[in-house]
Design a protein around this ligand. Structure first.
Ligand code: SIN
Length: 297
């Protein structure tokens, strides 16, 4: 783990500004850096009530932009309402490999005592191997283990900001290959899912600019990024190893403890996440709706 301490306090300093108050929701930050719990929203009602949804939707958009991942507890929604909530943020993305729960856009998230693995155990940004990777993912957990099964999130603006100016200059303009082949082939065999002939792969900037906030974010992850284009392979391996270690600094993270019927909505363009599979032999189960994004720039 790299140290971000200097002679005068932390080298990485997050300056939290005073935000305008919210009017239709309450926003309680988990850490100064990332994550906020939202109250005052009934998602089942929000998706069916067009007239009152706009103000609240604007504030949910704003809370996501300001906090990168937002959480809603005690939501009792049907699969159709989960899909409808996702559609309020854009067209839905269909996962290239994972099993679904009756609708191609409703991804199954499930692990129990017989599972060989759980979904999303390493740090990643969802499906970054797509040419247009998803902007956001909305995970609804219906069944929790008695303890464990948390999800960790990390702020990739903060990871970028904490790089030295020399490193920022070095990375500026570089692109990297993100490959689904290695990530997905055979991964869902335990659910009886047959492999596709091929999986997506795409080249993306190592540093991307968020289309809503215009902030720069580090955009390489252990799950999908294979190498940086145009530099020797050993240099790429060393650089990616450094960037992964840097991005995973706990200073940039929050950790969400699930309760049944909670929802996490994260922005894949500026946050990475990883799921903890520390609850075997217990069961954790839910569904994920994923919203399409744009080509990273
Ligand atoms: C995922 O990567 O979408 C799974 C996250 C989780 O199950 O907590």
């Amino acid at each position: 783990m790299s140290s971000l301490s200097g002679k005068q306090g932390p080298r990485y300093r997050h300056i939290a500004g005073e935000a305008d108050p919210y009017e239709t929701i309450a926003v309680e930050k988990l850490t100064p850096i990332i994550g906020a719990e939202i109250t005052g929203v009934d998602i089942g009602k929000l998706v069916s009530d067009e007239s009152r949804s706009n103000r609240q939707m604007d504030e949910i958009h704003r809370a996501l932009a300001e906090n990168l991942v937002i959480f809603f507890r005690d939501q009792h929604i049907t699969p159709q309402q989960h899909l409808a909530f996702g559609r309020k943020f854009g067209e839905l993305h269909v996962h290239p490999a994972a099993p679904n729960e009756g609708d191609p856009a409703l991804m199954k998230i499930y692990a129990d005592k017989d599972s060989p693995r759980a979904n999303g155990e390493g740090w990643h940004s969802d499906v970054s191997c797509d040419l247009e990777p998803p902007m956001g993912s909305i995970l609804y957990i219906k069944q929790c283990p008695p303890r464990g099964g948390d999800t960790l999130f990390a702020n990739m603006y903060a990871a970028y900001d904490a790089l030295s100016d020399r490193m920022k200059t070095y990375l500026d303009g570089l692109t990297a290959l993100h490959d689904g082949e290695q990530a997905y082939r055979g991964l869902y065999a335990n659910y009886g899912v047959a492999d596709r002939p091929s999986y997506p792969s795409a080249e993306h900037p190592v540093i991307r600019t968020h289309p809503v906030t215009a902030r720069k974010a580090l955009y390489v992850n252990r799950g999908f990024t294979r190498h940086i284009i145009g530099i020797p392979r050993d240099e790429s391996d060393a650089m990616l190893a450094y960037l992964y270690q840097h991005a995973e600094n706990p200073l940039f993270q929050c950790r969400f403890r699930w309760t049944e019927n909670a929802i996490a909505f994260w922005d894949n363009r500026c946050a990475q996440h990883r799921a903890m599979w520390d609850y075997w032999p217990h069961t954790r189960s839910g569904t994920r709706v994923t919203v399409k994004g744009e080509r990273p720039a």
